[in-house]
Design a binder for this molecule. Sequence first.
Ligand code: GCB
Length: 594
Amino acid sequence: MLRPQDNATRERKCLNGLWAFRLDPEGAGRAAGWWRGALAGAREMPVPASYNDIVPDPAVRDHVGDAWYQTTVRVPRGWAGERIVLRFDSATHRAVVWVDDALVAEHEGGYTPFEADVTDHVRPGGAARITVVVNNELTWASVPPGHITETPAGRTQNYFHDFFNYAGLHRSVWLHTMPTTHITGISVDTGLDGDTGTVRYAIDQAGTASVQVVLRDAQGTEVASADGATGLLTVPGVHPWAPGDGYLYELEARLLDESAGLVDSYLQPVGVRTVEVRGTRFLINGEPFHFRGFGKHEDAIVRGKGHDDALMVHDFELMEWTGANSFRTSHYPYAEEVLDYADRHGIVVIDETAAVGMNLKVLVTYGLTGIPSTYTEDTIGSATRRTHLQAVRELVLRDRNHPSVVLWCIANEPESGSQAARDYFAPLFAEARKLDPTRPVGFVNMIQDGPDTCALTGLADVVMLNRYYGWYKDTGDLAQAEPGLEAELRAWADRHGKPIIVTEYGADAVAGLHTVVDTPWSEDYQARLLEMYHRVFDRIDAVVGEHVWNFADFATRPAIVRVDGNKKGVFTRDRRPKTAAFTLRRRWHRDKSR
Ligand code: GCB
């Protein structure tokens, strides 16, 4: 599915703005056909944004079920004869869409786009009513999973991940056109041989036309071209895409009719680079790469998970200020604008599905009893896996052309110590590899399943570890935590011989709390804990990455271990630095110059 584009043959109209909005706590709207007319009793709601924090009302914030959005769009007159498509960049966690009275799209999964051909349902020059019902329920069949309990006070959503279950239309909505004979997909794989680059491409189309591709450098000079739907372009004296150097070529794909007239075109940015795991090294363009950066969230006051360009650019600028060169899209695929920015700026990305909270064993540590096994037909079972498989497909197909993405992450902290885990995950790894043989694949491991018991590491190219020595373990005791962390990392290195990326390490800190002696929750303890990890990382050769948890404080549901959310950010939720931000800046800028 290609993104909307304004070019010689395509046009787009952005539908962002204030939409009519109404919650449906009774779940009455589908049976009553709320899409058939103007949404009664609606209030205004911004798109994109999570709806939860816009209205100061727990009934909105904690709503479980359907929420309805509606807008009316005027279809441009000049679009007659074109194929007209309605696209949602995301709807969390699932949606059904109507144009006037016609159902045009249904989609499961809150972080990937979907679209519908609405040509037959709209009239150029006319108005069309667009109604969307967005549902935020997490069940055993959704990714991420959850379950709902009926209480006398209403329905309560339970889930096993540590961030607030924001919902709504989080990203842009588009109406866009393309010719009836059009390009439906583009994929590029790149290679390097000395200073010669290669771009292997494949162009899919609907209808019949001949294909031509042209590759231009950043100055717009043509450097290669070819005819045919698939082929290999060679670029002598290539300028590779590299960490810190987001150099992009542009591939123009064109469909031509018999008289060589232009039928359709699409512009695809291309970064020429290679990624490879060799022994305990993670190589980009054949050079060892060390990941410095963060696990992040799409999270902000007021807008929740709604995409916002101002916040995105600010976050990237702050990451650059710390000296970070990479981040992980914890714990779901991020807005495509984020990956575009990373491509252009040479920031490296670990790209993750929304599979988080798939470990019921950890609930025991919260004192809960009677917890079922993680992998059963009544919990994480074949229904979950079907959704998860689709989530892997949609992630890889959406993001495979981004040079910034160097590693697929299939899940965060699933229970990984059993044959059942292996049976569940093996097909998911296989699917990612089938769709993209060029990138390494991994998952993020949790401390319960260590180097001797983890049944999934054998499926992965890299070891990704979230570790909380000095926080959840050896709380407040860095002297005890340091040897524990070192022993564990050495065991992983010895047993598995793969590169290790520590994908999470950190401590909560309440901004403004300072202490002389090591005291959890203080800014000073957070900074000293990071320093301890860094000493250990520097002693272990196989550690090729350090991603602090988290870039910024973020919202969670209420819990006695959370103070108005998770405070492991090195920036506050409004992006002010804690002491730890300066600690990272000192280390990472020094590392940069080494
Ligand atoms: C983790 C999770 C992350 C949590 C974090 C924490 O291991 O991957 O989602 O927020 O720990 O702060 O507990």
